[in-house]
Design a protein. Structure first.
Length: 141
C-alpha cells in the first residue's frame, strides 16, 4: 500500500475516533443532561464522520486501488493527491473551528478548501481511469 494511502486512512481513523467520541458525548448528554453546550458539537460530529472519516477513507482506498500506469510513476503525479489530503484536512479543521471563533465566512472557506481538495484528487488521478488517447496516431499493426 502506498504511503499516501496510509496517510489518508490514518487521518480517516483519527476522525472516526474523534467523531465517535463527540457522538458519545452528545448521546450521553441526551440521556442524562449535564452540559447543554455539548449540542454545539453536533455539526462537528457530522463533519468528522462524513468528510473526515468516510470521504478520506474512500480517497485513500481509491488512491491505492485505481489502475496503475506503466511508467516510472505508476500512480501519476502524487503531489495532486498530497494537496488533496492537505486541503481536505484544512477544510475539516476550519469547519470545526468556525463555531468557536464565531466567523461565519470560515465555514464557506472550509467548504471551498474541501472542494479544491477533491478537485485536486480528481485532477491527479483522472488519467489512471481514462488515459489520454491520441486519435491522430496510426496503429503499428
Amino acid at each position: 500500500m502506498p504511503q499516501l494511502s496510509r496517510l489518508f486512512i490514518r487521518a480517516a481513523l483519527a476522525y472516526l475516533f474523534l467523531g465517535f467520541t463527540f457522538g458519545a458525548l452528545i448521546l450521553s448528554n441526551k440521556g442524562l443532561p449535564f452540559a447543554p453546550l455539548i449540542w454545539a458539537l453536533l455539526p462537528v460530529h457530522i463533519e468528522f464522520m462524513l468528510i473526515g472519516w468516510m470521504t478520506q477513507l474512500a480517497l485513500g482506498v481509491a488512491f491505492w486501488i485505481l489502475p496503475r500506469r506503466g511508467s516510472n510513476a505508476p500512480r501519476g503525479d502524487e503531489r495532486w493527491s498530497l494537496a488533496a489530503l492537505i486541503l481536505v484536512n484544512l477544510g475539516i479543521l476550519a469547519f470545526a473551528l468556525a463555531p468557536l471563533v464565531v466567523l461565519s465566512w470560515l465555514q464557506l472557506l472550509a467548504r471551498a478548501l474541501q472542494t479544491l481538495g477533491l478537485m485536486a484528487f480528481v485532477l491527479g488521478n483522472w488519467q489512471r481511469i481514462y488515459p489520454l488517447k491520441f486519435t491522430n496516431l496510426k496503429d503499428p499493426i
